[in-house]
Design a protein around this ligand. Structure first.
Ligand code: LMR
Length: 393
């Protein structure tokens, strides 16, 4: 049986991590996988996370099972963080195995509710969205998103495609900090997206993996909150990997906003069922860290302050890189780097140019020229800028 398995192509982002590790060149620069690194190249445990872990270690007297959908404290705190307070009568939720687990179970839920639904994803989107959809055999289509000339959102084309989506189909949106491009709709464009969803009767599935990495915790959640208020049914997959820096703990949540209390109860039951079929109980440690921080005023304030430092560091690196490229090229054509938000920017380089930067300058970015801004520091920015110009981007 096992000999019949087909070889699986490695995930491109994760394969790049291995390639980088194996490179023995001095001064190599990793702009691949979406992990925050501080100016020393480390991914530190946040102060509030350490403090929460200590509290948990001191007070926890059992490792027995929690609830199938995770602890209520965690789910309530996360619903507040994402939605800023909402009508609980419409809200169903379940803790998940990271943001990816929430996406997977959101798709399972969609399939249970409407097996014919087509999932509309942005072109491009996080490659794992497509990979999961294909693995599950679900139908999907792409809608235009990125304009490679401006490196911004091609909003007219996006709008035209979204206006043709069928009622009951699902539109997957990145709530903030679009991965892989870094280009995001403006506030009034988000309002038009909500108009479009209302008109067509499509259901939004919002992937919110980078809340706090773009314009701030509340600002980044604003489009999600607006859509949650306006649309009858909304699915949200949120991750704590990045904003709490707890990547390996796998803390995420799937939130569903429903049309009625009856449908809320059905959805809540389906979410518990899905967890049980997949892994039974969701991981607790990361979720407990998150709820400990969010429910304690001092820890919450410290976490917010450190997250804000992380966000500002990334914005500073964006401005520095755009500035270096302005000086080197004598043009403002790389200013989009300052306008993009989140960890990533799609540079718009060809696969050959990406390969050249890897071979000649030991700079690793994903093949579609997505670079992780957080992989840079003040010293490596000029190195990258020169390599971009030398590669002829
Ligand atoms: C990324 O896009 O690099 C991150 O979301 C990590 C991952 O799992 O791919």
């Amino acid at each position: 049986m096992l000999g019949n398995l087909k070889p699986q192509a490695p995930d491109k982002i994760l394969a790049l991590m291995g390639e980088f590790r194996a490179d023995t060149r001095q001064g190599k620069i990793d702009l691949g996988v979406g992990v925050y690194k501080d100016p020393n190249g480390l991914t530190p445990v946040m102060r509030a996370v350490k403090a929460a872990e200590k509290q948990i270690w001191e007070s926890q007297d059992s490792k027995s099972y929690t609830a199938l959908v995770g602890e209520a404290e965690y789910r309530d705190a996360m619903a507040d963080l994402v939605l800023g307070g909402t009508d609980k009568a419409r809200l169903a939720s379940a803790a998940s195995v990271g943001g990816t687990g929430a996406i997977r179970n959101a798709l399972e839920l969609i399939r249970m509710g409407n097996p014919d639904a087509v999932i509309h994803v942005s072109d491009p989107t996080w490659p794992n969205h497509i990979s999961i959809l294909e693995f599950m055999g679900m139908r999907y289509e792409t809608y235009p998103y990125f304009d490679n000339d401006t490196r911004g959102v091609d909003f007219e084309a996006m709008k035209a495609a979204l206006s043709r989506v069928k009622a009951g189909d699902v539109v997957l949106l990145h709530g903030c900090c679009h991965n892989p491009t870094g280009a995001n709709p403006l506030a009034d464009q988000w309002a038009e997206i909500a108009d479009m969803l209302e008109k067509t009767g499509a259901i939004p599935l919002i992937d919110l993996a980078y809340q706090g990495f773009g314009d701030g915790l509340d600002a980044d959640a604003e489009p999600t909150r607006m859509i949650a208020q306006r649309l009858p049914e909304v699915l949200i997959a949120a991750s704590c990997s990045k904003n709490f820096g707890i990547y390996r703990e796998r803390a995420g949540i799937l939130i569903a906003l429903t049309e009625s209390e009856k449908s809320r109860d059905l959805t809540q039951g389906a979410l518990a069922f899905l967890n049980r079929q997949t892994f039974s109980f969701p991981p607790d440690h990361g979720a407990r860290i998150v709820s400990t921080i969010l429910r304690d005023e001092a820890l919450r304030a410290d976490w917010k302050a450190e997250l804000e430092e992380v966000r500002r560091t990334m914005l500073g690196l964006r401005d520095q890189l755009a500035g270096e490229l302005r000086d080197l090229t004598g043009s403002d054509r790389f200013d989009f780097l300052s306008r993009h938000r989140g960890m990533f920017s799609r540079l718009g380089a060809s696969p050959e140019q990406v390969a050249k930067m890897k071979e000649e300058a030991a700079i690793y970015m994903v093949g579609d020229s997505r670079l992780n801004i957080a992989g840079l520091n003040r010293e490596s920015v000029p190195v990258l800028a020169r390599a971009i110009v030398e590669a002829g981007v």
